[in-house]
Each structure stands twice: as structure tokens, then as C-alpha cells.
Design a protein around this ligand. Sequence first.
Ligand SMILES: [Zn+2]
Ligand SMILES: [Zn+2]
Ligand SMILES: [Zn+2]
Ligand SMILES: [Zn+2]
Ligand SMILES: [Zn+2]
Length: 347
Amino acid sequence: MTPGRQRHPPWTRRIFILAAGCAAPALANAERCAVCGRKLHARSWIFEGKLCCSETCVDRLRPRCSMCGQSMRGEYIEAEGKLYCGNACLERTFPKCEICKGPIRKGYTITSHRYCENCVQSLPTCFSCGLPAAHPTHLGDGRDICVHCLRWAVTKPAPAEMHYDRVRRQLEAWTGLPLATLPALELVDLGEMQRLAKEIRKSDAPVSVRGLYSRQTTVTRRRVLGTWKVDGAEERECIYIVDHLHDEVFRVAAMHELMHDLIHEHFPRLADAPLWVHEGVCQQAAAEYCRRRNQVDILHGIEQCEDPDYGDGYRYIHALTGFEGWPALRRWMETVDVAALPATAPR
Ligand SMILES: [Zn+2]
Ligand SMILES: [Zn+2]
Ligand SMILES: [Zn+2]
Ligand SMILES: [Zn+2]
Ligand SMILES: [Zn+2]
């Protein structure tokens, strides 16, 4: 099974409102202006204990806005160690929301993406990339897809097969192990995927499912001279992937599901290993693919997943794999004491 992405808490910036001191008129005496050094006239100003000849000189003593450079009278703003004359200048320093382009006073950062709170709360989540969906398209089965994912969406069997084959070759190259039988690929909509997930997985995991690997053995029997004989057992392997995924997301999902098949073919000793081992190893294959293709957003979703099987399973497998990568993982899969593995992933 390939899961989607989880939500992140918002961040806020710390902003303080301060006030500059007032300049009071003062009576002139023989002194000179503390700023320009000219002799003081009859009318002069005192600002924070300093005598000045004019308001212009007083302004030079006042704090300056670090955005527009103007000297500030009355209220001004401090944010992250810098001073601003008002909201207009402060907002020019805010990051811009990726969707509405407005300044972010309170918002969310997801990998390199920044969104204002309003966009995150008012827009649906794209089922493909898991980010707030800009200009979403609503699909008939209840899903929303963002404009970026829609442009690259895998919707038809022929391109799906092309991506699938490419991923198969990359998995074989990464592991050095060939897949003897390739599961059939089927693109399904969300309703069908949910039905299959219940039937195949029988779990209520809170992750939204993008892909599924299924293996069913059909035993055919024939009556021969009054008794039933087993004619042959036919194994049907199938990988289901939800349609309309961005092609990069599709390939990551396919990589995860094909890894299930590779485990089945080459590491039968893991057949009875707990679910977190299978999902952790498959997520490791998916993460490895993301790293090689520099898919930081999808990788982030895998690394931050909170699910105990997919998230904790992946983090455990990833840690033991270390810098060595596949050879270390392969050794572990060949030698681990399967019966001694805990039912849940160690954290
Ligand atoms: Zn899986
Ligand atoms: Zn002066
Ligand atoms: Zn300013
Ligand atoms: Zn916004
Ligand atoms: Zn998207």
C-alpha cells in the first residue's frame, strides 16, 4: 500500500509594536545643535536629552525603518530584530503565499513551499501531491487535484504502462535483482481503490491509499475418474494504482508496490514478517527513488509520515540501511531473525 501525506502545524512570526520618544520644544541658550553643530536659534528641540536646531536634525536621531529608511515618529514595529515604520513596510519582508501571492502573517511551510493560513484552510488538499490545491479540479469520485498535478496526471493505461516499465527497470538496477514475473498494472479510481484496500489489506489505517499490491492464488481442480485432482495453481499478481496521480508520484507509488513483488520473489523468508517490515522496506525503495530523482516534496512525505507501519517502519529500515544503502538492506533481509522481530516498528 502507498500512503499519502499528513498535515503540518502552522507557524507565526513574533512582532512587537514600539513607540519612539517625542521631541519637545526647548528654550535656546548658548549651546549648539547636538546633530549638525550649528548654533541654536530661539526655537529648538530636545529629543532624548539632546538639543537640536530643527526637526530635520531631530529626525536624524530617531530610529529608521529598515525597509524604506524613513525616520520614525510615534508608533513603529519591531520584528525579528529589525524596525519598521508601519505594516506596509513590514509586510514587504513577509514571504509570499505560493498560491494567492499575499504576504504571510501566519502560515504553513511544507518542504520549500509556503502558504498563508487562509489558503491552507480554504483550499482542498491535492490527493496527488498532498499540498493545498491551487486552482483545484474536482474529480467525480470526490478527489481534488491541483493545477500542477493535473498537467502531468497519469490517466490512461498506455502512459501508465510506460511509467511502470521505467520504474521496474530502475528497481532492478537499484537492487541488481530481476523480477521474474511482472504483476499486471491496473489504474483505478478512488472508489475502486477503497473497495480493494478493504478487501486486500483489511486494515483501517488512516493513510489515504495510492497503490496496492495483490497476489491471489487460484487453484483449479478437475474431476478425474470420480476424484478431484488439483490441475494447477495459478498465481495472479496485480498492482493497482489510483489514477490522476502526477507522473512522478505515480512512479514513486509504483516503486513501492513493485518492491512488495521483489520481496515476495527474492526474500520469501520475510513472508511472515510483520507489516511494518514490508511497508518500511517498500518505503525505503520509494525514498531511494525520490533521492535519486531529487523529488524532495515526495521524499518529505515519506520521511514525515506518522503511520506506525509506513512512518516508523521506514525510519527503522532507513536507519539500519545507513550510508551503505541497498547492500546493507539486502544483508539484513537475508539474515534477520524473522521470528524475533517485534510486532510494531521500534521507534
Ligand atoms: Zn505497501
Ligand atoms: Zn541641527
Ligand atoms: Zn518604512
Ligand atoms: Zn495564500
Ligand atoms: Zn498536486
